[in-house]
Design a protein around this ligand. Structure first.
Ligand code: NI
Length: 227
């Protein structure tokens, strides 16, 4: 599933977040990479422990927590603290797959990356290139969205960031461990939940068939969710 989340952040939130990160000190993006990624990664990143990254990250986390489509699609158990990257002057990130398991900062244990997310933070009219290209069963999908928009995609997919040939691409990225590890199960739950929401709006949520369908949703989630 490749899911756009339009207007995940409001323009005010993008502006507030940009005030934290625009004046911060950026470092070589390979500070956090595994060996294979270092061969293909060429960008800048905010240091994870920096105050700028943490303050800006809180804005992203708050937006995710109030977004019902994100919650329904990701069924998040853990979220890696949002990170921030910058591409300019031809920088790019070649084809790679994200690490399966990461150590959470502090004493937080580990997180399994089931879903990856990019939140675009720059007006796409101000830079050339920088598309996030994600390989899917139906071919490569190229994504370049408005500032404040997010896209959620399986961490298992090969993806790249095309070279930024003019201007600067700023984005936040993060990983989600889902309560439901199996992608097909999670995707079916999302379809079911979205259909229930739509039917509720159309026929009223007290319709007896909808009450039963909602029961089916929760019973499948009970079966598939890891505590
Ligand atoms: Ni990646």
């Amino acid at each position: 599933m490749l899911l756009p989340l339009p207007a995940l952040l409001s323009p005010d939130e993008v502006a507030a977040l940009r005030r934290f990160i625009d004046t911060a000190d950026w470092i070589d993006g390979n500070a956090t990479s595994g060996h294979q990624a270092q061969l293909v990664k060429d960008n800048l990143q905010l240091p994870e422990a920096s105050e700028a990254a943490q303050s800006a990250g809180q804005i992203v986390l708050a937006a995710l927590a109030r977004n019902p489509v994100f919650i329904s699609a990701a069924l998040p158990a853990k979220i890696y603290p949002p990170m921030f990257n910058s591409y300019a002057g031809g920088q790019n990130y070649g084809l790679h797959v994200d690490n399966a398991v990461r150590v959470l900062p502090g004493a937080g244990g580990t997180i399994r990356a089931d879903l990856s997310m990019t939140v675009f933070l720059e007006d796409p009219a101000t830079y050339d290139g920088g598309e996030l290209s994600i390989e899917t069963a139906f071919g490569a999908q190229r994504v370049k969205l408005s500032a404040g928009d997010g896209v959620l995609y399986p961490s298992s997919s090969l993806h790249r960031v095309e070279p930024v040939t003019q201007g600067r691409r700023l984005a936040s990225f993060l990983w989600v461990q889902s309560m439901v590890a199996d992608e097909r199960a999670r995707s079916s739950l999302f379809d079911l939940d979205q259909s229930i929401q739509q039917l509720s709006a159309d026929v009223g949520q007290d319709h007896s068939a909808l009450v039963r369908l909602t029961g089916v949703y929760h019973n499948l989630l009970r079966r598939w969710a890891e505590a």
